[in-house]
Design a protein around this ligand. Sequence first.
Ligand code: SF4
Length: 237
Amino acid sequence: MVNDKKAWSLFHERSYEFQIMNEVQRAKIILKILNKIYPKIKVPLKSRNVFTLLISVLLSAQCTDINVNNVTKNIYKKYYRPEHFVNLGRKKIENLIKKIGIFRIKAKSIYNLSKILIEKHNSKVPKTFHELEDLPGVGHKTASVVMSQGFGNPAFAVDTHIHRLAQRWGLTNGKNVVQTEKDLKRLFPKKNWNKLHLQIIYYGREFCKARGCYGISCKICTTCYPKRKKFVITKKA
Ligand code: SF4
């Protein structure tokens, strides 16, 4: 009986190790393919300093980057510091961003966070997750983008697209975005996180869209899963 138990626990350990090995191997292949397709990667949201990057990321929730860039290109010529937005006031901010979804809520966040930056942070964007996530309208994903693209600190922002691709590639079980972020951080070296986040987003937009492919057509899946026959159904974030 004791021996049976030992044998089972050894079996589970081994199969877990095996599973990890497979994930690690898949992650290496994916990294290689993405580096080949996107050797250099551009930050899609346009900004003129870390503060305007923060505003653009906040505006990009439920809105395309192109739409955000179209709206902000005129705003940032004149307004690019927290003081500018506080002086404008909520109503004028609403008018400036009204082509963007949920603009009233976003205008309120921009006004309030600008005030807090002036009062608490010497008009600077703070450099810690804790302080960033304390700002109105700033969640973990927004904070991660600012940390990586604004300050160059390693972070792995996971949005719905990255969540979907990570499942199709067998890098996570898709429980939720928090788990997906943990899994991706465990599987990829820290030095790759910032670039990889963008590479996966670009790959998702170009090839691996929400509808249209379920894991059996292009190089990543055919290399990682040569025997895959069935569609992969992903869980939403
Ligand atoms: S085969 Fe489909 S799911 Fe897999 S990477 Fe290509 S586009 Fe994405």
